[in-house]
Design a protein around this ligand. Structure first.
Ligand SMILES: *Cc1c(COP(=O)(O)O)cnc(C)c1O
Length: 393
């Protein structure tokens, strides 16, 4: 492409290089399962790869491809692979890169299903895993075995907000010849671009920040190098976790406002974090933007902003958590995150209610822990809302 390399926000709008034949500034929705060939020879050329014409939507589709190209540019990778959900990305990566007898080291505080699918299901195919606090480099080193193939990181972690040093993680992985994977859902490429640190693969639940409007479930994988991209794309196709064209259109529409949404929500987040930190019923607040966050300096170094996710612990424990959930009026009581609307949830009584008390504590999930995803509402409304809900404890 002869075009000058654009800045991040311009790439959100103009990235990917899609040009519509009829001049539409948005990508048309090619809502089709299949594509007709001009002739038998053309069909043969599409199948052999001589012609890059479309064949069948599970293999590729112009609406999906345009969105994949934008996200690949945003993450500064070789190519994007759109999938039906964030979990579609997780399983494509596990299936594509781990075989029987291989071992994976992962952050312990990961999205729950990323861990349970490994421990309950991939283990049945002989894949081993060890979960450690990857924010501590020594724990990573100690967990590595001769058959370790992958280092899987979520940073900031969910819901503890612990931060893993990406530069250090890449260094350790190089020493042991490991593939590095980062779940970048919590940051989005607006705040953190792991591939620029030498990470091999990033992926997203686009259900969260990239789409940003709580109306689509979707995922994407971006590989730094062509070789890795070519390894993973056929896995997505054969697993059948492809995206739908309409889903791609909606996500692409959401992506255009990624930076303005996050910048706006971050302004709210720091004010809310400070309000909570001073509140007498709150034991502690974890937000990477607060100087009290143990890895505040590391966050400053490897992220371009502190994000819109925070967690806090209520002095009143489990019952206090439920009281706040039942009394907020502006924040919506729901799981998920990264949308324009503020969401609140209580892991002990909701997402992690089935996890044993011991495992919960090990993952940093205490009874009074509240997870809060800050939206773009007026910050005064959000603070007043929390204030009145905390008063009910
Ligand atoms: C939501 C989420 C996922 C799973 O994504 P789905 O789109 O729900 O399948 C994975 N990782 C993180 C960090 C998430 O928040």
């Amino acid at each position: 492409m002869s075009k000058k390399k654009l800045g991040f926000q311009s790439t959100l709008i103009h990235g990917g290089g899609f040009e519509d034949a009829l001049g539409s500034p948005t990508v048309p929705i090619y809502q089709t399962s299949t594509f007709t060939f001009k002739s038998a020879d053309h069909g043969a050329a599409c199948f052999s790869g001589e012609d890059d014409g479309y064949i069948y939507t599970r293999l590729g589709n112009p609406t999906i491809g345009a969105m994949e190209n934008v996200v690949a540019e945003l993450e500064q990778g070789y190519g994007g692979i759109a999938v039906s959900s964030g979990m579609g990305a997780v399983n494509t990566i596990y299936m594509g890169l781990l075989s029987q007898g291989d071992h994976m080291v992962s952050s312990a505080a990961v999205y729950g299903p990323s861990r349970s699918v490994m421990e309950k299901h991939w283990s049945r195919f002989g894949v081993e895993s060890t979960y450690v606090n990857t924010a501590n480099a020594d724990e990573i080193r100690q967990a590595i075995k001769p058959n370790t193939k992958m280092l899987y990181i979520e940073t900031p972690a969910n819901p503890t907000m612990d931060i893993t040093d990406l530069e250090e993680a890449v260094k350790i992985a190089k020493e042991h010849n490991l593939i590095t994977v980062v779940d970048n859902t919590f940051s989005s490429p607006h705040l953190q671009q792991p591939l620029t640190f030498g990470i091999d693969i990033v992926f997203h639940s686009m259900t969260k920040f990239l789409n940003g409007h709580a109306d689509v479930v979707a995922g994407i994988i971006v590989a730094r190098e062509k070789e890795m991209y070519e390894k993973l794309r056929p896995i997505m196709i054969n697993l059948g976790v492809n995206m739908d064209p309409h889903q791609a259109f909606l996500v692409h529409r959401g992506i255009k406002t990624l930076s303005v949404r996050i910048d706006r929500a971050q302004e709210n987040a720091i004010k809310i974090a400070k309000f909570l930190e001073e509140h007498p019923k709150v034991k502690w607040v974890k937000y990477p933007g607060l100087p009290s966050h143990p890895q505040h300096e590391l966050a400053k170094k490897q992220m371009k902003g502190f994000g819109t996710m925070l967690s806090f612990e209520l002095k009143g424990g489990y019952d206090a958590g439920k009281t706040v959930m039942n009394n907020v009026e502006v924040a919506l009581l729901a799981v998920s995150l990264g949308g324009v609307e503020t969401l609140i949830q209580h892991p002990a009584s909701m997402t992690h209610s089935k996890v044993s008390k011991e495992s919960k504590l090990k993952a940093g999930i205490t009874d009074g822990l509240v997870r809060y995803s800050v939206g773009i509402e007026n910050v005064e409304d959000l603070i007043d809302d929390l204030k009145q809900a905390l008063d009910k404890i």
